[in-house]
Design a protein around this ligand. Structure first.
Ligand code: ADP
Ligand code: MG
Length: 600
């Protein structure tokens, strides 16, 4: 309770600190940031560093090797100091690369937003123009532009900015399309905002992350392109140094004095690689879903704390036993517990109801059983899970994965999001079979149809080629149940399987689950927030509140004599027909009473 109540506290820190944390958590990105910072610091300080004139030639000192006195990185074919030329040249290359990035981002994003927002003919005309730019090999196009404008650093900059406009325009248009007709933009329009204002205040902030990400990933590329043009003699003109021209000049001495070209080459490599890894890090920071850890490439199995205490299995004959489970979520260095000290067991053929309000930790408990809590940020801190006599949490990863769906299967809440929208439902059931059984394709198809029939889908053979969107909500949930049954599991965990359905369909799905459970002797862990369902459906019930089990026992006994005030409240929440307004009074009254009792 206390930990959950305290959980909003760390959020109070400013958003910037967490962004920094996130960026610095990514070691590669931190490395890139440090490296790039050092390079930037050096080139900013170049004018005041005690360096020789980068353009001063001294033919007597030509091609001095690295670490010569007075010339740390040696000299080139004209006797110029390579270190000085390198730093001045890096300054030029980075300035040109960044300037080109800004120009391309500005123009390209503007085109993308306008095309995506306006749609129709404007979109068509603008995008065909962009397509024409993209149809040329970009380096040829840059060459042609420089040839037309004349060689020189500024012209190389324009050429490179121009050829990169399409990348920004395409990316930004794609994202803008998604936002242009979303409800919040429509709402802004309805409130009387003009187009420009809608674009600037509603659309731009949403596409900004994409622009920044594209910038961070193309900046390195543009520095390379600038170097390429200079290498060909079309960018920086002698005697001015930039990294590309230094490379080009060093080419003639590649074998006699390799350091002349290796040094600028290494610098280009360092800049580009640091920009790229930093770009990756920036992308992670800017995406709020990544920030919450949702898309942070979760590991295949939930992390288990190495120092967890693993209590012994106290439930005799249970097919699933959870002992003192504690699962939490990492936030920075802290782990905020979501469930604590949860102990449950289910015997073969038994139905255990796990009931609690939304956010009480039911799903986290259920997902912890098979190590399905996304990690990061999830961590199993303490406790043990026994499947029969096997300790699940200490199983090797491959064994645990093999048990998912075969010994224990899940039915999830929302069948529309758990079914793959691009495959026919029959094929998805087949996939569930194929995951654990080696059967020939024809046999598998028959099995899938039989399963669909078993869960009561009419005309199962025809229906099996339909896509999820062609089925009703109840039918989709039946498919979900068929997939769970595919490998004759011993236990099914059903996580609010009927919450997304209307009452009549809900009744039929529940009936189906109960019949299947009795018929096959499966154990069922049924998660719900509705005591009405538990009372009709489950042999035993465990009541969960704020991440802890507050009461557990035979359903009939709990119903007749609830001990915990929260259980009383849950029971009172089951409406009876005809009670009308008094129902709310009763719940509210109990709520106040419950509070008083807790306070005592
Ligand atoms: P429910 O009982 O409704 O199924 P959950 O088990 O999904 O509730 O959630 C329990 C608690 O764990 C909630 O306080 C929720 O905020 C927290 N939680 C769930 N998933 C995450 C996550 N990925 N990151 C941080 N906290 C989470
Ligand atoms: Mg849930």
């Amino acid at each position: 309770m206390s930990a959950l109540a305290a959980s909003p506290a760390p959020r109070r820190g400013s958003g910037r600190i967490t962004s920094w944390h996130l960026l610095l958590n990514n070691r590669l990105a931190t490395g890139g940031l440090v490296l790039l910072g050092l390079i930037l610091l050096l080139i900013v300080l170049v004018p005041i560093l005690p360096l020789p004139d980068p353009d001063a030639t001294a033919p007597v000192n030509r091609l001095q090797p690295v670490l010569t006195a007075g010339h740390l990185l040696g000299t080139d074919q004209l006797g110029r100091d390579i270190l000085s030329r390198l730093l001045w040249g890096t300054r030029v290359s980075i300035a040109v690369g960044f300037a080109a990035t800004l120009i391309a981002a500005g123009i390209g994003s503007a085109i993308g937003i306008i095309a995506g927002y306006a749609g129709g003919r404007t979109d068509n005309a603008m995008m065909r123009g962009i397509d024409m730019l993209m149809a040329f090999p970009y380096i040829l196009l840059a060459l042609a532009i420089v040839a037309a404008l004349g060689p020189g650093l500024m012209n190389a900059l324009y050429a490179i900015a121009l050829v990169n406009i399409p990348f920004f325009a395409r990316n930004v248009r794609g994202v803008t399309l998604g936002y242009a007709h979303s409800e919040f933009v429509d709402a802004a329009r309805l409130s009387g905002k003009g187009h420009l204002s809608v674009i600037l205040t509603e659309v731009l902030p949403n596409v900004m992350p994409v622009i920044v990400i594209t910038m961070s990933t193309t900046a390195g590329w543009m520095i390379l392109e600038t170097a390429g043009l200079s290498f060909l003699g079309l960018g920086a003109q002698p005697p001015q140094a930039d990294l590309g021209s230094m490379l080009g000049e060093g080419r003639a001495q590649l074998f006699t004095a390799p350091h002349v070209s290796v040094v600028p080459g290494a610098m280009i490599f360092l800049i580009v690689i640091s920009l790229n890894v930093l770009g990756d890090g920036i992308r992670d920071v800017l995406d709020p879903r990544l920030r919450s850890g949702a898309l942070a490439r979760p590991a295949p199995v939930t992390e288990v704390a190495p120092d967890r205490t693993a209590p012994a299995n106290t439930a005799e004959g249970a097919c699933l036993a959870i002992e003192k489970l504690e699962t939490g979520f990492r936030r920075g260095k802290e782990i905020i517990p979501a469930v604590r000290d949860v102990s449950l067991h289910v015997k073969p053929g038994e139905c255990l109801g796990l009931i609690g309000e939304s956010g009480s930790g039911k799903s986290v408990t259920a997902l912890s059983v098979m190590g399905l809590v996304a990690s990061p940020p999830g961590v199993i801190r303490n406790g043990a899970v026994y499947l029969g006599n096997d300790d699940v949490l200490s199983m090797p990863e491959t064994r645990l994965i093999a048990k998912r769906g075969s010994r224990l299967a899940y039915v999830f809440q929302d069948p529309l999001t758990t079914l793959h929208p691009m495959y026919p439902v029959g094929r998805q059931v087949e996939e569930a079979i194929a995951a654990h059984q080696q059967v020939r394709a024809a046999e598998r198809r028959e099995k899938a149809v039989a399963l669909l029939e078993k869960v009561g889908i009419p005309d199962a053979r025809e229906r099996s080629v339909h896509y999820p969107h062609q089925l009703s909500g109840g039918q989709r949930q039946r498919v979900g149940i068929a997939m769970a049954l595919a490998n004759d599991p011993e236990i099914i965990i059903a996580d609010e399987p009927t919450t997304a359905l209307d009452v009549t369909v809900q009744a039929r799905i529940l009936e189906l689950l109960r019949d299947l459970q009795r018929e096959q002797g499966m154990a069922l862990l049924f998660i719900t927030h509705d005591f009405g369902i538990v009372s009709e459906f489950c042999d035993r019930v465990a009541v969960m509140k704020d991440g802890e089990i507050v009461e557990t026992g035979k359903t009939r006994e709990v119903l007749a004599n609830p001990q915990h005030p929260y259980t009383k409240r849950l029971i009172a929440c089951v409406p009876e027909l005809g009670t009308g307004e008094r129902f709310l009074d009763r719940v509210a009254g109990l709520f106040a009473g419950g509070k008083a009792e807790v306070a005592q």
